[in-house]
Ligand binder design. Sequence first.
Ligand code: PHE
Length: 325
Amino acid sequence: YEADALAAIAKASNATELEAARIEFLGRAKGRLKDVQALVGKVSAEERPVVGKRFNEVREKVTAACEARQAELNQPKSKVDGIDVTLPGVAIRLGGLHPITQTIQEFRDIMARLGFSTADGPEVEDERHNFEALNIPADHPARDPLDNFYIAAAEKLSGGPKLLRSQTSTVQIRVMETTQPPIRIVSLGRVYRPDEVDATHSCMFHQMEGLMVDRGVTMAHLKTVLRQFVAAYLGSEASIRFRPSFFPFTEPSVEVDMRWRGRWLELGGAGMIDPNVLKAVGYDPEEYTGFAFGLGIERFCMQRFGVSDIRRFYDGDVRFLRQLA
Ligand code: PHE
């Protein structure tokens, strides 16, 4: 019995054959083990312990062989229906952070090293934070409904006009309203403008706002911080320059350019905070001065990676996005 059983089990080349062998040799109802067991019942009382022990050993051995063969048959074979299952699988590509998100994180880290913490503000804003407190009066052309995304339904719901913020300068006001100098913050986020969409314009883009307020803050601090920032991001050869400009909330105001790889590239606007803005948040302009800047994040990113069309950032085409990761 033992030799027959082990041979049959070893011969079984699939689960069905193995099961047949198992039933034949170990089956509880009609298996050949029953016959052997019957013989054990017939031996004399003295012999019974020895024979019984041997019976148990054989049963265990055959059962173990059966299980071992089953495990073997369950192992994947190296070739199944012409598919080589030993070939390495297709690598799973993990998702990644969007290049704009990566740039935001990098900017935030650099500014943190310069002592600036991060502040946030809502994307749906009221006119006080987007305009009034920033010294942009009601008749100013920047407030034209055609140049802003006013939200028609919001007026009824919240008792005043609301719009998608057109600049992150709103966060300057929110921070100054709730804290006292010294202040050193950056705020990175989305802004919205109903511009005609083309290779360099999008109706939504990102800005990094910077704000520093304290006693004795000067334009030299502004220039130093921006120079340190571009040097940290692009390397020490990158330099910056200021061009006179105008913003209602800064005086004097400048446009900031940076020199990188032999070209001057526009970074954004900046200036010393207008005394009217300091007054609007309850600061004494005789005591405190400050600077602010607002940089376009996409533009920075496009220049750094050589991207010629801003729309690529929002197409969601991973073939493009992966190249910048
Ligand atoms: N908010 C301005 C813009 O969006 C940029 C700016 C920020 C200018 C801070 C001066 C100071 O164009």
